[in-house]
Design a protein. Structure first.
Ligand code: TXA
Ligand code: MG
Length: 313
């Protein structure tokens, strides 16, 4: 298949309406979208990404009115989150309506719903005229794409179209909150922090693996966010042991000369650059990436979550 590159949301949306799959920018990472109600199209996403069929997709909406067709009910806490954080980097897991095909939710009776922020994403979704299910637009297991070049690197020839936008503003995937139980449970941390969620719904809590007999976020089982190089978490660049074919990313500059080194001015900057840095190190054939730990509050919690996953082998 030939992959069309465009910066027009109208052109990109035409592919969705014709049953195709389209990569598009959001404020978090690039997504790979299909019409949620078109089973064939949704199946193409799983094939293109080589994504395991047991990993459910998030439905992206242009406005709040589209949520009604996806869900049977929006409980009170979810409504509060919508008011406070939509559009934005937050996904709410809600009970799915019968009209949502099972393939989109990996057989679950719930569906993740999110309204991305950002003009291009909004225009695109509006033109699609339907909710668009989209995982991150990377090959399964690779770091999520934060610019369109990366999408092309992973998916050229296996998607219909790439909507070219800017590099993404946040660089980490959305916060996922399960709103189907008696209290909201954070399944994946992101730029909407646990502190911010608690301000809106105080009994919101973070999921722990021993919470439940079921694994509530199937995607968390799969290996994620990892470059090919070995990721080593350090508190300070002084802990760097190896400089040959090695890289550093963090907030303090290392004294030793590294093959690649990225010193970030803020946690936001660190988060925004992390996944592209991982890929850059892989293209350069580096073997070790030292990542400096950050304080675990706000966006720092999400960043540390991704760093720990990348470091786990
Ligand atoms: O920022 C984002 O969320 C990006 C952009 C494109 O919106 N999307 C993204 O999708 O990161 P993906 O598929 O790479 O990650 C979705 C995560 C997975 O961990 C998945 O298991 C979880 O959300 N998820 C999706 N639907 C769920 C559901 N119904 N119940 C529990 N977890 C769900
Ligand atoms: Mg992903």
């Amino acid at each position: 298949m030939k992959t069309e590159l465009t910066d027009s949301p109208e052109i990109a949306a035409r592919f969705i309406r014709a049953g195709g799959i389209v990569a598009f920018p959001t404020e978090t990472v690039y997504g790979l979208g299909a019409d949620v109600f078109n089973e064939e199209a949704v199946a193409k996403i799983f094939r293109a990404k080589r994504r395991p069929a047991d990993n459910p997709l998030i439905a992206h909406v242009a406005d709040v009115s589209q949520i009604a067709r996806l869900t049977v009910a929006v409980p009170a806490p979810a409504r509060l989150f919508i008011e406070a954080f939509f559009p934005g980097p937050l996904t709410l897991v809600l009970r799915r309506s019968e009209s949502v095909p099972l393939i989109a939710t990996a057989g679950l009776d719930t569906i993740g719903v999110r309204m991305p922020r950002g003009e291009l994403a909004h225009e695109f979704l509006r033109e699609c005229g339907t909710p668009v299910v989209a995982p991150s637009a990377n090959l399964s297991g690779r770091p999520s794409p934060t610019n369109w070049h990366t999408v092309l690197e992973d998916l050229d020839g296996s998607v219909d179209c790439i909507l070219k936008g800017e590099a993404t503003e946040i660089g980490l995937e959305s916060t996922v909150v399960d709103c189907t139980g008696s209290t909201p449970v954070v399944l994946r941390s992101g730029a909407v922090s646990i502190e911010a969620l608690k301000e809106v719904v105080p009994d919101t809590r973070v999921y722990r693996p021993d919470d439940d007999d079921v694994f509530r976020s199937p995607g968390m089982r799969h290996r994620h966010y990892a470059p090919n190089a070995v990721v080593v978490l350090v508190d300070s660049p002084d802990e760097i042991a190896e400089t040959e074919l090695a890289a550093f990313i963090g907030m303090d500059g290392p004294e030793r000369k590294m093959d690649r080194s990225l010193v970030c001015g803020s946690v936001e900057d660190y988060a925004r650059n992390l996944f592209a840095f991982f890929r850059d190190c892989d293209s350069a054939g580096l073997r070790t990436i030292y990542c400096q730990a950050v304080e675990e509050t706000g966006l720092g919690s999400a960043l540390m979550d991704r760093l720990r996953r990348a470091a786990a082998r």
